[in-house]
Design a binder for this molecule. Structure first.
Ligand SMILES: [Fe+2]
Ligand SMILES: [Fe+2]
Length: 330
């Protein structure tokens, strides 16, 4: 990983990150102090002994869930799949940040937290009976089987840039899906709010860790961010139906290029990318690219929106029911 650059006195990226260990331990502690650890069964109880009250609650849950529009179901499926990509991300963080030390401690704790997200969403969709479960499971299988090897060129800074953006993206997608789902089932909104609150704290960790890297190793950090931020590849983006599911989420106003643009703008501002000085030519080129990125992303969002016309979708996991969506409709 991250070989020492030839003919320079620069430490490798991995050495810079290892030197940040005390800071990472601090950020991890801040995270632990601010979280309230919940378990999936706090939100969706499952006792050995069920009683009439529990059965009645399940019945009511299914009745409420029956009202969920297909577009919202698709968003829940996509959010669930994204969470179930956890093996890919745990592996990548372990490879890039190591198996021991402060980063590994964070990775293991983070993985334990993330694992609950896939669990609770799966518990919900199963209890609520909103999918053809076998079709969904088949998709999840393909998503994991597809593997995920992003082009990060052995650069752990790219991983950190990616996770900063990705945590904010998932936070946004869960929060927006929850806001819409709440009109039909407040329990689903509560579940998505719990997940989204976790993602906010994860985001704060990666954002602040990367801020420190930007301070200590500006040129290479900027270059890594400029390589990753123009487009976030997702595991399984090539599997059948993935692009259509993303399109449904975009049309529902849950997550798409607009939301990505906003989070990139927020991060560029938060990291005060424009104020970094004393850069090399590589660092300056990356800084320029990043400062122009919001305009570029806005053009992409406009282009995608300009092509939007009413379109019909159907997915195996909702029994191939066809439904139509214009933009901004549910
Ligand atoms: Fe998550
Ligand atoms: Fe997260």
């Amino acid at each position: 990983m991250s070989q020492k650059p030839a003919n320079t006195d620069l430490p490798s990226q991995r050495e810079v990150l290892n030197a940040l260990s005390p800071f990472v331990t601090e950020l991890t502690q801040r995270h632990l102090d601010s979280r309230k650890l919940w378990m999936p069964s706090d939100l969706l109880p499952a006792h050995e002994q069920t009683d009439a009250e529990h059965d009645a609650d399940m019945q009511k849950l299914r009745e409420r869930a029956r009202g969920l529009p297909d577009s919202v179901r698709v968003a829940v499926a996509l959010n669930l799949l994204t969470e179930e990509g956890l093996p890919h991300f745990h592996r990548l963080i372990a490879i890039y940040m190591g198996y021991e030390g402060a980063w590994a401690t964070w990775n293991n704790m983070w993985t334990a937290e993330e694992d609950r997200h896939g669990c609770i969403l799966r518990d919900y969709v199963r209890d609520a009976r909103i999918f053809d479960m076998r079709a969904l499971e088949q998709l999840q299988y393909e998503y994991i089987e597809a593997g995920f090897n992003p082009q990060w060129q052995d650069d752990p800074y790219r991983l950190l840039a990616y996770t900063s953006l990705q945590e904010k993206a998932t936070q946004t997608a869960h929060a927006n899906a929850g806001r819409i789902a709440g009109q039909y089932d407040p329990l689903l909104q509560r579940i998505l709010a719990h997940i989204s609150a976790d993602e906010s704290r994860h985001y704060a960790f990666y954002r602040d860790a990367f801020a420190e890297v930007l301070k200590q190793d500006s040129n290479r950090a900027l270059a890594a961010l400029a390589a990753v931020a123009p487009a976030l590849a997702m595991p399984g983006h090539t599997i059948a139906g993935y692009a259509q599911m993303s399109e449904v989420e975009r049309r529902a106003g849950i997550y798409g290029p607009r939301e990505y643009l906003k989070l990139v703008e927020d991060l560029v501002r938060h990291w005060t990318i424009d104020k970094l000085t004393g850069l090399s030519s590589v660092g300056r080129a990356a800084q320029d690219k990043l400062m122009q990125l919001p305009t570029r992303l806005a053009r992409i969002a406009e282009y995608v929106e300009s092509k939007a016309h009413t379109r019909s979708f159907s997915f195996d996991f909702i029994y191939q029911r066809a439904f139509e969506m214009a933009v901004g409709t549910r």
